[in-house]
Design a protein around this ligand. Sequence first.
Ligand SMILES: C=CC1=C(C)c2cc3[nH]c(cc4nc(cc5[nH]c(cc1n2)c(C)c5CCC(=O)O)C(CCC(=O)O)=C4C)c(C)c3C=C
Ligand SMILES: [Fe+2]
Ligand SMILES: [Fe+2]
Length: 337
Amino acid sequence: MTDSLSSTDDDAGHEPRTGVLLVNLGTPESPEPRALRRYLAEFLADRRVVELPRALWFPILYGIILPFRAPRSAALYRSIWTGRGSPLAWLSEDLAAAVAARCADRTAVALAMRYGEPSVSRQMRALRERGVERLVVLPLYPQYSGTTTASVFDAVTAELGGWRRWPELHLIPDYHDDAAWIDAVAGSIRTHREAQAEPGHLLFSFHGIPQRCVDRGDPYADQCRASAGAIARRLGLEEADWSLSFQSRLGRAQWLTPYTDQTVRALAARGVRHLDVVCPGFAVDCLETLEEIAVQNAGFFREAGGQSLRYIPALNAEASHADALAALVKRHLDPGT
Ligand SMILES: C=CC1=C(C)c2cc3[nH]c(cc4nc(cc5[nH]c(cc1n2)c(C)c5CCC(=O)O)C(CCC(=O)O)=C4C)c(C)c3C=C
Ligand SMILES: [Fe+2]
Ligand SMILES: [Fe+2]
């Protein structure tokens, strides 16, 4: 655990000890089919992620999806694996350490994964052992979705179901329009584009969700559009300079459109030679950015006649990112500041 609790804090007055739980999605433990099966089985059995009746879904999951997808996904993960393991895991750890360094005394910061380890339960218990009486939960998803954010909150409240004494609990549902976060993303885009000889068209690509979720009231798509609009305005872009699309579709149902793969092909066909792609729904880089965008979609763009697709990395553990998240937590606890 990363924290700023020190031995002298016990004498520091009446402020409750605060815990900040950052939660990301999770990632397989190794890029091997067995680990992928375990990870995907937990992820795709979550009712927040796949809403089909279990009697219908489990035979498809165990009979078709896991046997076919686990080896294929393992090979993709192998292509992005590093000496420190899965990028999502260690980039999230580095981000949590950077946020902890910016938090007040008597504040402990922990990182949990919704699927796999370290689990939400384990990290909540660790914070309890540190004497935390006030808990802030910040899912590392800028835009709220029932499929991601609500699933994190489910895990938190399921763990609390077994606690005699609840902490003072604060849930941060999203930060899609947070000014400091918008500035951080815009600043990163500007820096990357200024380093290019020729400016490109800017594509905002967000992870998709099934259209049905949005039809039933999920605010995710509206928040993605609001984030992209605010970042584009901050950059002073004209409407014609940027586009928005949704990636990572799974299965045959209708997902949010336009799809990223079709969009990059259409932009190339329209004569766009250089395409800058940014994924502001991902706090840190992961399979869906490093492989799906930077490799797979870069290939689609070139096949369709484009010259170069330039992926702009996630904010990861950058100072501007940690500053924005630490300020978000602080403001949530002290709205006057
Ligand atoms: C950023 C927000 C995310 C939303 C919304 C989301 C919805 C969603 N995802 C799936 C299925 C899969 N996603 C996978 C990987 C993955 N997804 C996110 C984030 C969101 N998902 C991240 C950060 C990652 C990368 C994890 C990593 O280890 O790097 C995968 C696994 C990879 C693969 O096999 O392709 C699946 C499967 C659904 C069904 C869904 C909404 C219903
Ligand atoms: Fe609160
Ligand atoms: Fe996903």
